[in-house]
Ligand binder design. Structure first.
Ligand code: MG
Length: 390
């Protein structure tokens, strides 16, 4: 007899702008992977979880696709105005699957451990709900403005974390009832369960399972993760493409007017090919031709960003990150200096890196050799990659 089935709902619909930056925090990168991808993987990789359903904001479909590139997931559902409405949408998306249990998790807690997930599930055979929590360690004061009115006994007080696990049918019933009660406002699912009279127990939480909230939290998390990647590799790339009749070249994904175009099977983006080879070199994964054979018609006129994204995905799959890229493009013409910033930003966007970790330079070969004779464009690149110790 197989055991109960458990699904996870990852709530990623918040605006999450308190950490600063232009992106909601769940889509920000943390040592080479988005916060959301890390949270999803914690559940997708857990043997006790059969299904992962993500809930996203209405305008975040593109961010979601970029953040989960390479993860095999069912389509995300769009959340509501409040966290409560978003969770309800996630629960409803599981209706046809009808799992026995569901674990509801905040996307902004990417460091949840397999043990916490296991403990929450294990407690659901005896209770309606279970959640990880930490005892409060600081002395707790109640205050009126800044004046203390009382010191609160902290012995019975806990800080609630996620994932919060429940019997699927029971938490759906509680959410339905809560959404029909317009006065009720809840900040987590356990409080909805308590309000509905379900029995919910605490299991041991962990300091590491904290919710990333401020810019400081992000910096500390980045530092902690980077320290786990001590194996530093440098890869090198080199590529040349010849000119043929045409009116523009594409370099780093940027269209640049010229009196010729570059010849090649794909879009002939010599700069992007070079950087792709450098990244593949850093992880000893062969070269671009091995992954995308020119003999294969599907790469005809292909956007070379596909190749670069795949190289980055292979680094992420190894648990590593791209620390820095440095690219030099060599030609007499077109003049590249006016386009350097756009090329740098284009690569940073494709790789999900801050522009400060991407360098693009342009030079001539002083009219010497094939680039000097304006027969084509050459490029060289290095990529610095950090990997975990295997
Ligand atoms: Mg090439």
């Amino acid at each position: 007899m197989s055991g109960p089935t458990t699904a996870a709902v990852i709530v990623a619909a918040g605006a999450g702008l308190r950490v600063g930056g232009e992106l909601p925090k769940q889509y920000q990168m943390l040592a080479g992977q988005s916060v959301l991808a890390r949270s999803i993987k914690a559940f997708a990789d857990h043997p006790g979880i059969a299904h992962v359903q993500v809930v996203i904001g209405a305008d975040h479909s593109q961010l979601y696709d970029a953040a989960t590139n390479g993860l095999d997931l069912p389509a995300a559902v769009i959340g509501g105005e409040t966290r409560q409405a978003s969770v309800k949408a996630g629960l409803e998306a599981l209706a046809s699957l009808a799992p026995d249990y569901v674990l509801i998790h905040d996307a902004a807690r990417p460091f949840v451990s397999p043990d916490i997930i296991s403990h929450v599930i294990a407690n659901l055979d005896r209770h309606d709900g279970a959640l990880p929590a930490l005892p409060l360690v600081d002395t707790i004061k109640r205050a009126n403005g800044s004046v203390i009115t009382e010191t609160v006994d902290r012995k019975a007080l806990y800080a609630a974390q996620t994932p919060q696990g429940f019997h699927y049918g029971k938490i759906c019933g509680a959410h339905d009832a809560a959404s029909n009660d317009s006065d009720a406002e809840f900040t987590d699912d356990a409080s909805i369960a308590e309000w509905a009279g379900l029995s919910v127990v605490l299991v041991a939480g962990a300091a590491q399972n904290r919710k990333l909230t401020t810019a400081d939290d992000m910096t500390q998390a980045e530092q902690m993760l980077t320290n786990t990647l001590p194996d530093i590799r440098v890869g090198h790339g080199y590529d040349v493409h010849a000119f043929e009749a045409g009116d523009h070249v594409i370099l780093c994904g940027v269209k640049i007017p010229h009196d010729a175009k570059l010849k090649g099977h794909s879009d002939a983006d010599v700069a992007m090919h070079t950087l792709t080879d450098a990244i593949l070199g850093a992880i000893s994964e062969g070269d671009i031709g091995a992954h995308f054979p020119p003999s294969d018609d599907q790469w005809k006129a292909a956007d070379s960003a596909i190749f670069l994204r795949e190289a980055a995905r292979l680094v992420a799959e190894r648990g590593g990150l791209i620390a820095h890229c440095d690219l030099t493009i060599i030609c007499e013409a077109p003049k590249l200096r006016p386009h350097v910033d756009a090329m740098r930003q284009s690569l940073a966007d494709i790789l999900g890196l801050p522009a400060g970790r991407v360098s693009v330079k342009a030079t001539t070969s002083e009219k010497l050799g094939f680039t000097g004779r304006r027969e084509g464009i050459a490029a060289t690149a290095t990529a610095t990659v950090r990997l975990p110790i295997e």
